[in-house]
Design a protein around this ligand. Structure first.
Ligand SMILES: [Zn+2]
Length: 106
């Protein structure tokens, strides 16, 4: 049985109310999810990006209040990218991500 976290009913009701404004982008909708609308912050920047699920525009933590002032409360998808090295050793001692190479002409 999975452990469940206690959720505040008031917060849950607020999220349910905001879910009505969230929508799936259609074929002709523009989605700005690569960089903040006001600066060049990306999901690799510290703090990541917050994507407004009703306007499909991305904002970093610094400019998120500007979006909330303009459009009121909304639901956001938080994206935070992190780089992971491919050069990790597996338990067997081989390098993960490297394929064996056959020598030619030996
Ligand atoms: Zn920004």
């Amino acid at each position: 049985m999975a452990a469940t976290a206690a959720v505040d009913e008031a917060a849950l009701a607020a999220v349910r109310g905001l879910m009505r404004a969230a929508r799936v982008p259609g074929h002709f909708d523009k989605v700005y999810k690569e960089e903040c609308m006001f600066c060049f912050a990306s999901n690799e920047s510290p703090g990541g990006l917050f994507i407004n699920l009703s306007t499909h525009q991305a904002f970093d933590a610094e400019h998120l209040p500007l979006d909330q002032q303009r459009g009121g409360p909304a639901l956001y998808l938080h994206q935070q990218a992190r780089k992971v090295s491919q050069r990790r050793l597996t338990p067997s001692g081989s390098w993960r991500g490297m394929k064996p190479v056959q020598a030619v002409g030996t």
